[in-house]
Design a binder for this molecule. Structure first.
Ligand code: SAM
Length: 313
């Protein structure tokens, strides 16, 4: 799809470039914040799976740059924002970057060290594996990322803190809800307006972190395995008498963002400008070392080879 055509077909892609966001995902976090006020009072935050960095930009603008501009703010008021991804990311003011795999215990330790014994108010995770199109497989790999996120959460989130995680809605959504409910008193699955209706993506908004009494972070895996077994369900108290089966629950599911605003599945005409035609903007910050870089280089080299061959023959 050409850039102008994508500008027309994807309003959030176009708006992201106009407003200086590195990715359209920025609107998802902004719309979740509009609904749930997740950024209020946040001083320490971790952005898991952060590249190319639009969520980190939101955190930087809202928590770092805006307070910094206020005349009566002191350096000690500025927040600690730590961002992690497998991919390197161009710098963002006020954001500490860690390159690593969140499913690896070492990466988790590096993040924890940055907090120097202090606890975070918020952990966000927009992690996504390379989607295969096989929903069961994608949902499973996604759940591994959520589990990794939750493991980090149990080490660094303060009691009462919040965790936002991208999920793929599928047949195990109720189980995931029950697992999250073990740690948070309020769990809602949210679908921001900027997330396409055609996509199975949604976001778990987990509020008020309160791990089970006597919980030891190291027991996380054992505890999660218990969910789904008859004894686990009794502990969870998440079944209801008019439903059958251990994991069937009503999940609070909330649409957020301006519901009469842009529809991310619709095409919009490009706006008229003084010059006549709309000038499509370059992406704000393309990835600096994307995994597909080598493939692009090979494609370029092979088309050059074909051109050379055609000129010779
Ligand atoms: N929130 C980001 C933003 O607003 O720019 C977009 C995140 S993008 C949808 C998903 C990211 O998850 C990718 O950058 C990918 O590298 C990262 N990711 C996937 N698996 C990961 C893992 N195991 N550890 C760290 N990052 C991972």
């Amino acid at each position: 799809m050409g850039r102008a055509s994508r500008d027309k077909r994807d309003i959030y892609y176009r708006k992201a470039k106009e407003e200086g966001w590195r990715a359209r995902s920025a609107f998802k976090l902004l719309q979740i914040d509009e609904e749930f006020n997740i950024l209020e009072g946040v001083k320490r935050v971790v952005d898991l799976c952060a590249a190319p960095g639009s969520w980190s930009q939101v955190l930087s603008r809202k928590l770092y740059l805006q307070p910094k501009l206020s005349t009566d703010s002191k350096d000690s008021d500025l927040p600690l924002i730590v961002a992690i991804d497998l991919q390197p990311m161009a710098p963002i003011e006020g954001v500490i970057q860690v390159q690593g795999d969140i499913t690896n215990a070492r990466t988790a330790e590096v993040v924890i060290r940055h907090f120097d014994g202090c606890k975070a108010d918020l952990v966000v995770c927009d992690g996504a594996p390379d989607v295969t199109g096989l929903h069961d497989m994608d949902e499973f790999v996604q759940s591994q990322l959520i589990l990794a996120g939750l493991t980090i959460v149990t080490h660094i989130l303060k009691e009462g803190g919040k965790f936002i995680a991208k999920i793929f809605r599928g047949k195990d959504t109720s189980l995931l809800y029950c697992q999250l409910k073990l740690f948070f008193t309020d769990v809602t699955f949210a679908k921001p307006k900027s997330s396409r209706n055609s996509s199975i993506e949604a976001f778990a908004v987990c509020e008020n972190y309160s791990p089970p009494e006597g919980f030891n972070e190291r027991d996380l895996h054992r505890l999660l395995e218990k969910v789904g077994s008859p004894s686990g369900v009794d502990d969870l108290d998440c079944s209801s008498e008019w439903l059958e089966g251990p994991n069937k629950v009503y999940i609070p599911f909330l649409a957020c963002g301006d519901l009469s605003g842009y529809d991310s599945d619709r095409s919009y005409p490009l706006p008229k400008t003084a010059e006549g035609t709309y000038q499509s903007l370059d992406p704000v910050q393309p990835p600096i070392a994307p995994p597909y870089k080598r493939a692009l280089e090979m494609k370029k080299a092979s088309s050059q080879g074909i051109r050379d061959f055609e000129q010779l023959s």
